[in-house]
Design a protein around this ligand. Structure first.
Ligand code: 5AD
Ligand code: SF4
Length: 335
């Protein structure tokens, strides 16, 4: 990652938001089957011809970093199941203009990949962790892999990946009784433990499972007094808190009850090369087609810039109509 003085300023959208962050989903495959994300036998997967090739991901990364988009996060599905993921990370991290490369993983393969990730230039890592209990983990993800994930987290920590952010989706009746225990990890480790409101992606029984951020906060205050804390430098959507004397941080992300849209700085590209300017919008721009029809890099940049001008101002997550119209499940958008 080079800090070039001459890189262009990032593009802005129609609401004067600076767009400097891309989430790049490199696969729609996953080695877990979280009940809230996937049906047990999985969902129809993309044909592998429809998934972008390695060089195509790299070309897109090169185009966006050339536009001043300086932060990229690699997501999935589960990105560590993608072949040659470390080489892809390494090549992306060497692009001029890239200031930060990070990854979001479920941790299953982390003990074998942590050191390699660090060597590609990645430091920042988000790990999804909804429970600290082995049986519950097995029920929730349909795989008995909690020990492996916990070992992965420890390996990442020892290897020096930092910050380590643990992301917990809070589900009433499933893991809301563990909010306090997960938060207590911040006394032992410098991790950022972040609680995420459950978002409505075609789940049955959504309303019963949803726990609002205000309630999460109340529970967190039962552990010890909580003070507001600064965000870290990544302009993310979490509100940060800390317990006095704890090395770690607590984050609360409220996509449903709160509004982080005014601060949204991100774009997404799905594994099949669709550009999405909003997680919650159905609009997609087909970059794969442009790439495969031989469009020049300048032309693709133009297409991306145009899509940015159409980025919606905010989502309608609470509207009834909206709940019916989410087009893709999370594993295929990349979180
Ligand atoms: N609401 C909130 N987060 C979700 N994730 C998947 N589905 C949902 C949902 N409905 C999270 C996963 C993981 C990331 C990829 O997205 O738990 O942390
Ligand atoms: Fe679970 Fe994430 Fe995999 Fe979905 S993509 S099954 S939430 S680990």
């Amino acid at each position: 990652m080079t800090d070039r003085v001459l890189m262009p300023a990032p593009p802005t959208d129609s609401f004067e938001r600076k767009i400097d962050y891309l989430r790049l989903s490199v696969t729609d495959r996953c080695n877990l089957r979280c009940t809230y994300c996937m049906p047990e036998d999985g969902l129809p997967k993309l044909d592998h011809r429809d998934i972008l090739r390695y060089e195509e991901f790299l070309t897109l990364a090169e185009i966006v970093t050339g536009m001043g988009i300086s932060k990229i996060r690699i997501t999935g599905g589960e990105p560590l199941v993608r072949k040659n993921i470390l080489t892809l990370c390494k090549n992306i991290s060497q692009l001029p203009g890239l200031k930060s490369l990070s990854i979001t993983t479920n941790g299953v393969l982390l003990s074998q990949f942590a050191q390699g990730l660090l060597e590609t230039g990645i430091k920042r890592i988000n790990i999804s962790l909804d429970t600290l209990k082995r049986e519950k983990f097995a029920a929730l993800t349909r795989q008995d892999l909690f020990p492996q994930v916990w070992e992965g987290i420890q390996t990442a920590f020892t290897a020096g990946l930092s910050p380590i952010k643990l992301n917990t989706v809070v589900l009433r009746g499933t893991n809301d009784d563990e909010i306090e225990d997960l938060a207590r990890l911040t006394f032992r480790y410098p991790f950022h433990v972040r609680f995420i409101e459950f978002m409505p992606f075609q789940q049955r029984d959504y309303d019963r499972q949803f726990v609002p951020a205000a309630e999460i906060l109340q529970r967190l205050k039962r552990v010890a007094p909580l003070a507001r804390s600064d965000k870290d430098e990544s302009n993310g959507p979490a509100l940060y808190y800390r317990y006095e004397s704890a090395p770690g941080r607590i984050g609360i992300i409220s996509p449903v009850s709160g509004h982080f849209c005014p601060a949204c700085n991100r774009l997404r590209i799905t594994a099949d090369g669709k550009l999405r300017t909003c997680l919650f919008s159905r609009d997609e721009t087909d970059l794969r087609q442009a790439l495969r029809q031989g469009a020049s890099q300048d032309r693709i940049e133009e297409i991306i810039r145009f899509a940015i001008t159409l980025k919606p101002e905010k989502h309608e997550l609470n509207s009834h109509i909206f709940r019916k119209c989410i087009s893709r499940p999370m594993f295929s958008i990349g979180g």
